[in-house]
Design a protein around this ligand. Sequence first.
Ligand SMILES: [Fe+2]
Length: 367
Amino acid sequence: MTDLAIPSVDLADLVSSDATRVARAGAALKTAFGTYGLVYVFGHGISSPKLRDLYDAFRALVARPESEKRPYGRPDLWFQRGWTPPNTETAVAGGGQPDFKECWFATPFESDPGLKADYPEIYPDNVWPDPEPPGFREGMLDLGRSLHESGLALLRGCAVALGLEPESFAALCDRAAHVTRLLNYLPLSPEQVGGKILWGEEHTDFNLLTLLPGGQFYDPEGKPARRPDDKSGLFLRTRATAEHPTGILVPGRPPEGAIVAQVGQELEILTGGAFLATPHVITAPGAAGWTRLSAAHFMHVQGNAVLYPLPPFRTPQTIAAYRPPVLAGTYSLKTLVDIGLAPKSALDKLGYRHYDRLDEIRAAEKR
Ligand SMILES: [Fe+2]
């Protein structure tokens, strides 16, 4: 594991009227997403005190007994809102080993009625705990909206840097199932330390772009603390090169004042792999009793938009790599089944569902 020179981008440069600043930021973004799959972002408008207040509210929520949280764990919504209990989500590479975490999902935006009708489990209304820890709802919605604004600025910058119309990606985001998530990585017992447990198994995000405002460790007494060791927390894997054929694991520790943005699978598909989805892992500490809170905002492509390399990226190679074209909503459904959040039966919705109708007709014929 090593620290690399991951490029940083200042959002003020991306929206500047000075063409030199825009070009410099665009070039940094292209290198960052093309080579590393992530970028450090300045000028994002996320307030550290507000994030700390939100983490305090979330800590009050996760400290409640399981029986009080259980009603908000909603398999009928594929856990896309409310509480995700521990031992629920599994990374595809995890071999059945669930992540060691519990989460809360909320969307900072109203769901589009048409898309909600098409994908009820992907566009549901928010679920909030009763009673709500003070500041929880407002803090989460506010964080989600702020991160989303930064994400839209980055997506416009990406489009320009790739020679596309500025709104190419942002327009695909319109009315999508964007979701903000708070995560609580669970404490290890002394027996679990040094074993095979990962807080989050290595995976790539299936959405378009993920924004990570930075996590917080807590010591066994529950006090905010610096990371207990160098191996704990978020690590991101860079693109493979001849020199590093399996990439390099980079600590997800942005420079002071920056947040992290990383490429998801949808952006990889749309760019035909020019931007590669970033594999990342959250490793557990080598000490018992430690926890970590973190937050993420997941920007998605709108459910009825097609995921396929955009025309400038369409070559025989990229078509072979990313075919067939698929709706973003269908892609989400399939992935949510793969990671254990949606039931396998959800896949039946993708095929013909009226096999029994012909049986009934033939039975009636015989009567
Ligand atoms: Fe992730």
